[in-house]
Design a protein around this ligand. Structure first.
Ligand code: G6P
Ligand code: MN
Length: 445
């Protein structure tokens, strides 16, 4: 079975390959095709994968190409993990937003809109090619902003594209851990959009254990989201938000913390990865060791300024191992082998959230089998969460419409309607500055 990875020269590809190496069951991936426009990155990542595969008899064969159509033909699964504009583009997204006094993050607010405007046309082109060249393939979208990009692709691929994120799983695992529950037996009632969702219940054998957590300040202080948001606020909400809601509930503090930082996250990762790709090109260096070192540093510094502004301290050891590749593999296995699994995924809403239309991509628990991902029924969100979800979904729709029509006025509307952008004038300025910084936004007229 062939898996094609778009963005195959990307830094997180070895995570995926590492997970594949642990799968020896029948129906596993036997062939991995890496696609990337950058040959140097492909060579570096291929070296890491070759070292990972040493001594593994049934390791999936790896090949690499810069030809997209060739990469797609014959693929049963396609992982799309591209970064349009590279990390330099991300750094610009963040810098321009922060200089304007609004959150600078690759998926939230102005930064996420800029990244979305750049990425959607490329993702749509990929979706069209998949529909033509590999119509039976399943596309698993990792590309951020994941919900928006999945919705753009779903307009061409329908339910054959599924978006993934590891934040909800990580959150569910942490809540289960502090409650002493087995994460495998717990049902996490999580609903929202990507990076904009809430855990409202954690059911073990039908019983909701979340009230026990919300009623215990010591337990609330013992995990990442509890420390980020604070026990009082979580009790007021009666739910545990996704970590990315920190940019909403503590907007001022996070903006200030990131404005004060020496570099944005994108600039940090850009410099860090430039060092890694240079090292990995050196035949005297173990590419795998260089990758492992770089990855450990990336994990340890994830959301550092949010944690610092909240006084949340360091990340816990258990939270450093990621999990994104595990979600992808679990999803692929459930589809390929018809092994039923319940996973939190980005899929079309159907009738899950009544306030959104059927085609809106939402992030909700789904039952997965050979027929794909089927969202489970969910209780409605409370008023304030419904308000945020509807406002942000409408912003996403403006982004999709601007990307399709090339209308600058629609791009301004996307920024202006976002709850974290507080002026239409600012929205106009952001469009001007992003268009000047990014050649990929030249289509906006
Ligand atoms: C989390 C998010 C992802 C993000 C990743 C890496 O897992 O859910 O969407 O890509 O962190 O974040 P970073 O800031 O290291 O790029
Ligand atoms: Mn994510």
């Amino acid at each position: 079975m062939r898996l094609t990875i778009l963005g195959g020269g990307g830094f997180r590809v070895p995570l995926v390959y590492g997970a594949l190496l642990g799968d020896h069951a029948e129906g596993r991936v036997t062939e991995v095709v890496l696609h990337d426009p950058d040959d140097r990155r492909l060579r570096a990542v291929s070296r890491v994968l070759a070292e990972q595969a040493e001594g593994v008899a049934d390791a999936p064969a790896v090949s690499a190409t810069t030809d997209l159509d060739e990469a797609l033909r014959g693929a049963r699964f396609v992982f799309s993990a591209i970064r349009v504009g590279g990390l330099q583009g991300r750094a610009e997204d963040e810098r321009i937003a922060l200089a304007a006094g609004v959150p600078g993050q690759e998926t939230v607010g102005a930064g996420g809109i800029a990244y979305g405007l750049r990425t959607v046309p490329v993702a749509v082109d990929i979706a069209r090619r998949v529909a033509r060249l590999a119509p039976d393939a399943w596309v698993i979208n990792f590309t951020n902003p994941a919900g928006l990009v999945t919705e753009a692709m779903a307009r061409h691929l329908g339910d054959r594209v599924i978006g993934i994120c590891d934040s909800p799983v990580g959150l569910g695992r942490r809540i289960a851990r502090v409650l002493g529950a087995d994460p495998k037996r717990a049902f996490v009632d999580y609903v929202g959009l990507n990076h904009l969702g809430w855990v409202r219940a954690l059911r073990v054998a039908g019983r909701d254990e979340l009230p026990r957590l919300l009623g215990d300040p010591a337990l609330l202080g013992s995990f990442e989201e509890g420390r980020l948001f604070g026990a009082d606020w979580l009790r007021s909400l009666g739910a545990i938000p996704n970590e990315y809601l920190h940019y909403y509930y503590f907007n001022r503090e996070t903006v200030r913390a990131y404005q004060r930082a020496e570099r944005t996250r994108g600039a940090f990762l850009r410099d860090q990865q430039a060092r890694f790709y240079a090292e990995a090109a050196d035949p005297g260096v173990s590419a795998l060791r260089a990758w492992e070192r770089t990855r450990a540093e990336r994990e340890a510094t994830y959301m550092a300024e949010n944690r610092e502004s909240a006084g949340a301290g360091e990340r816990e050891e258990d939270d450093l191992s990621g999990g994104y590749e595990k979600v992808a593999l679990a999803l692929m296995r459930a589809i390929a082998r018809d092994e039923r699994a319940t996973l939190i995924l980005n899929v079309r809403n159907r009738s899950t959230l009544h306030v959104l239309d059927a085609d809106a991509v939402v992030e909700v628990p789904c039952l997965v089998d050979a027929g794909g991902a089927h969202p489970l029924a969910a209780d409605p969100l409370p008023g304030h969460a419904t308000g945020l979800v509807c406002a942000v979904k409408d912003v996403e729709r403006q982004v999709l419409s601007a990307a399709e029509s090339g209308s600058r006025a629609t791009a301004v509307k996307a920024f202006a309607l976002h709850p974290l952008v507080d002026s239409v004038n600012l929205a106009r300025r952001l469009v001007d500055e992003y268009a000047a910084a990014h050649p990929g936004l030249g289509y906006l007229k």
